[in-house]
Write a protein of this length. Structure first.
Length: 149
């Protein structure tokens, strides 16, 4: 348990110091994703719940249109894809869970992180499906982030 907390703190520190998701992924090899965000990996209801949470916890920094701000990267369009393409939703989950919101990291539950991620996918016009987005890193590691075609 102590080692896990140490590794989480070390990962959070690396992200806070500007480490990218791709860099962190390279340090901890994971199995290649078997699905992509184009596979309908969240539900519309989950995204609607995520919108409410995003508006209360995330929009102050990332903007209501998810276009980022002075201290927060965009979560939509080319800026989002440029930062996350080639990684998994598990990588995004870890980043959000460990470092967000910036003024209260580690305060979001796994379910809250998954619902916010569903909203981000919805806002980026990735298709919804019939199954909710998993709320754990292991379940999300199998879902790759790709650019819409």
């Amino acid at each position: 348990m102590v080692m896990k907390k140490f590794l989480l703190a070390l990962t959070a520190a690396g992200l806070a110091l500007g480490g990218s998701a791709a860099t962190l992924q390279a340090q901890a090899p994971a199995q290649a994703p078997t699905k992509t965000v184009m596979s309908g990996v969240y539900t519309a209801e989950q995204a609607a719940q995520g919108k409410l949470l995003f508006e209360s916890k995330c929009a102050m920094c990332h903007g209501r249109e998810l276009d980022g701000g002075q201290m927060a990267p965009p979560l939509v369009g080319g800026g989002f894809i440029g930062n996350w393409q080639g990684t998994s939703l598990g990588d995004l989950f870890v980043r959000i869970h460990l470092t967000m919101p910036q003024n209260d990291p580690l305060s979001l539950t796994n379910t809250e992180v998954a619902t916010v991620m569903a909203y981000i996918l919805s806002f980026n016009q990735y298709p919804a499906g019939a199954t909710p987005l998993p709320n754990d890193e292991a379940g999300l590691n199998g879902i790759g982030i790709v650019e819409k075609k």
